[in-house]
Write a protein that binds this ligand. Structure first.
Ligand SMILES: [Zn+2]
Ligand SMILES: [Zn+2]
Length: 134
C-alpha cells in the first residue's frame, strides 16, 4: 500500500487548489527524419502546465511517429515565435466537432468567420447552413 502511494505521487503532480495552473499556449518543435532528410515543424497547442504539455506532445509524437526537439510556453519563445501563428497541434472541427491533427484545418472563407473544418464537406455544409440564408 505504501509503495503504491509513493508511486502515484511521483507520477501525478500535486494540484494545489489555490494555485491553479493557467492555460498557456505552448509551442512544440518536431523533427521527422526519413531517408536521411530531417524535417522540422512547429505546432502550437494549449496546455495547463508542464505535465499536461508533456503528455500532449508525447501522445502526438507517438501517434505521428515524430521526434520532439523541444516544447515550451509560447510567451517564453522570443519575438519571432510569439508573433507567429502556428498550425494547431490538434484542431476541433466547427461543424462536426471531430478532433483532428492529420492536416491543416480548412478555414471558412466567409469574412469575419473564424470557423475551421476537418474536411471540405464540413466546410461546404457550414457555409450552406450559416452563410447562405440571407
Ligand atoms: Zn468536420
Ligand atoms: Zn463560416
Amino acid at each position: 500500500m505504501k509503495n503504491h502511494e509513493r508511486k502515484d505521487k511521483e507520477i501525478v503532480p500535486v494540484i494545489d487548489e489555490e494555485n491553479i495552473v493557467p492555460y498557456e499556449k505552448w509551442i512544440v518543435s518536431f523533427s521527422n527524419s526519413r531517408k536521411g532528410t530531417v524535417r522540422t515543424s512547429f505546432r502550437e497547442f494549449f496546455a495547463q502546465g508542464f505535465y499536461e504539455a508533456y503528455d500532449i506532445v508525447m501522445t502526438y509524437a507517438e501517434k505521428q511517429n515524430v521526434d520532439i526537439r523541444w516544447f515550451k510556453e509560447k510567451r517564453n519563445c522570443g519575438a519571432s515565435f510569439s508573433n507567429h501563428v502556428f498550425i494547431k497541434l490538434e484542431s476541433c472541427c466547427t461543424y462536426c466537432n471531430k478532433r483532428f491533427n492529420h492536416q491543416e484545418p480548412i478555414p471558412c472563407n466567409h469574412y469575419k468567420c473564424q470557423s475551421t473544418f476537418c474536411s471540405r464537406d464540413c466546410c461546404n455544409d457550414h457555409i450552406w447552413l450559416l452563410h447562405n440564408s440571407k
